[in-house]
Design a protein around this ligand. Structure first.
Ligand SMILES: [Zn+2]
Length: 266
């Protein structure tokens, strides 16, 4: 008996652009031009992404990730290669695509588990994830050109993918509710701010889609998160010696940061 693979919800958000919702865990995006397609992020790898892409288009496709975290590169073992910014291709990131971490992450994700998805749905792949580092990334899909813009913060190698044609930006996890700046590999709050301000500027002309929960970010909310970051900087005069994790403002959508990583280390 074969077990039927669970399929994620796929819905269009613009012409030839689709949201692939990996069971309310991660939002991935598929962009199809006239000659090629691009899959942005491959979740924790809880579904068959090639089947998901093939349900929408027969075009050849490339896979690229907004950053090297388990819930964005977890499906990398399903592909020959996944393009990730060079700064997010370290050993720490490669370990994030391991079956151990993918299962651990799934175990702790209540939203995913509510879909009847468990750690065993993070299947072991016959090959290791092959993260291909890039410094610059640009792909012509035929009528859509997508480029990456480096936005350090949530990780040092976080990028936003810009679809110029459709005026869309896929910003990963770099500005959002409950922004995580407390993990290993995150920048200081000070170093994150310019990336967030860049996204805010862009949001005047582009729709912004991120990696989790409600996919589209409003300009107003991006401005609110930037304001919180500025207040963190104003509230402190220097980095502490010992790392303490704080949430500001102290509410469920506040920024999570480390007191020893507020300012850029000199
Ligand atoms: Zn992340």
């Amino acid at each position: 008996m074969t077990v039927k693979e669970k399929t994620p919800e796929i819905r269009p958000i613009a012409g030839g652009v689709y949201l692939i919702n990996e069971f309310d865990g991660t939002n991935c995006y598929l962009l199809a031009g006239s000659s090629k397609a691009l899959l942005i992020d491959c979740g924790t790898g809880l579904c068959d992404y090639t089947a998901a892409v093939r349900s929408v288009t027969d075009l050849p496709f490339t896979v690229a990730a907004t950053h090297g975290h388990v819930d964005h590169i977890g499906g990398a073992g399903q592909f020959d290669e996944v393009f990730v910014h060079r700064l997010d291709c370290r050993l720490f990131n490669r370990a994030q695509a391991s079956v151990f971490l993918r299962r651990l992450f799934t175990l702790g994700n209540a939203a995913v588990k509510a879909h009847g998805i468990g750690p065993r749905d993070a299947k072991r792949y016959p090959r290791k994830a092959n993260l291909t580092p890039f410094d610059d990334f640009s792909v012509d899909l035929g009528g859509k050109t997508v480029t990456a813009h480096l936005t350090p913060g949530h990780t040092k190698g976080s990028v936003a993918f810009i679809d110029e044609e459709d005026k869309l930006i896929f910003s990963g996890d770099n500005v959002c509710d409950a922004l995580w700046l407390h993990l290993p590999g995150c920048t200081s709050v000070e170093e994150w701010l310019p990336s967030a301000r860049w996204l805010y500027e862009k949001s005047a002309d582009y729709r912004i889609f991120w990696g989790h929960r409600t996919p589209e970010l409003t300009r107003e909310y991006i401005g609110t998160v930037i304001g919180w970051g500025e207040e963190i900087l104003q509230s402190r005069s220097r980095n502490t010696i010992l790392p303490l994790i704080k949430q500001y403002p102290p509410q469920s959508d506040g920024i999570l940061y480390r007191t020893d990583r507020v300012f850029k280390k000199q």
